[in-house]
Design a protein around this ligand. Structure first.
Ligand SMILES: *Cc1c(COP(=O)(O)O)cnc(C)c1O
Length: 230
């Protein structure tokens, strides 16, 4: 068994433990930023179908080299206006929409030949300026703006918890994202996705209702230092 196979088995086991018998479907996005195409092929062979990338320039050549795989590509990085076209043309999902302007650019650039682009709105649940995302109380207005765009399909909310080794601290932040989704539902904006949880905190995210987890190092091993923080 390859290390990636073994890591994936362990991650899947921890996911089912965290669900505690709840049968809801979980999408596992294997975060492959800084990983070479061979590692992505190994994860695909082990059953992964969803891959997450954070840097457009790094991702596009890898995606081209892997075009033979029936993979879904998730753009999980910060969105820059000058990259919106590449992202809208090539990716299946975008997780970090945080302003109406970029949502409009994505919608305009999404090719008619493809299905509407699946998007999540990033909400800042940790209070850290470096994390990006709208404040929880701004999520409804942005959700309404995104939902009105013809070439986007608003799926959910995405959040990142503060880096900590105290699970109850991450859990409180994930609870804030869950409550934000519930408030949107009460206002008539129904979403099916809560994109939250990374290698260090996914059990807490699942305990608070995550439907999609974004996991890199627990599957692929450590990234090289330069990009690990992003
Ligand atoms: C890098 C990254 C991840 C995965 O992080 P790991 O700790 O390696 O699991 C998840 N989400 C986002 C937005 C990321 O940038």
């Amino acid at each position: 068994m390859s290390p990636i196979d073994a890591n994936l088995q362990a991650v899947r086991r921890r996911i089912s433990e965290a669900l505690q018998g709840d049968s809801r479907a979980i999408t596992l996005v294997a975060v492959s930023k800084s990983q070479p195409p061979e590692a992505i092929r190994a994860a695909f062979a082990a059953g992964c179908r969803d891959f997450g990338e954070s840097y457009v320039q790094e991702a596009l050549p890898k995606m081209a080299a892997l075009a033979d795989l029936e993979a879904r590509w998730h753009y999980i990085g910060r969105l820059q206006g000058n990259k919106a076209r590449d992202v809208a043309e090539r990716f299946d999902w975008v997780h970090a929409v945080d302003r109406a302007r970029i949502a409009g650019a994505l919608s305009r650039a999404r090719p008619e030949s493809r299905a509407a682009l699946d998007v999540c709105i990033q909400v800042n649940i940790s209070g850290e300026a470096a994390k990006g995302g709208v404040a929880p109380e701004e999520a409804l207005d942005l959700a309404r703006a995104v939902a009105a765009l013809p070439r986007l399909r608003l799926r959910g909310l995405m959040g990142m918890a503060r880096f900590t080794d105290r699970p109850e601290e991450s859990r409180a932040q994930f609870a804030l994202l869950r409550r934000t989704k519930e408030r949107l539902a009460a206002a008539g904006v129904e979403l099916d996705t809560l994109s939250m949880g990374m290698s260090g905190d996914f059990p807490s995210a699942l305990a608070e209702g995550a439907t999609l987890v974004r996991i890199g190092t627990a599957i692929f091993g450590a990234r090289d230092g330069a990009r690990a923080a992003a």
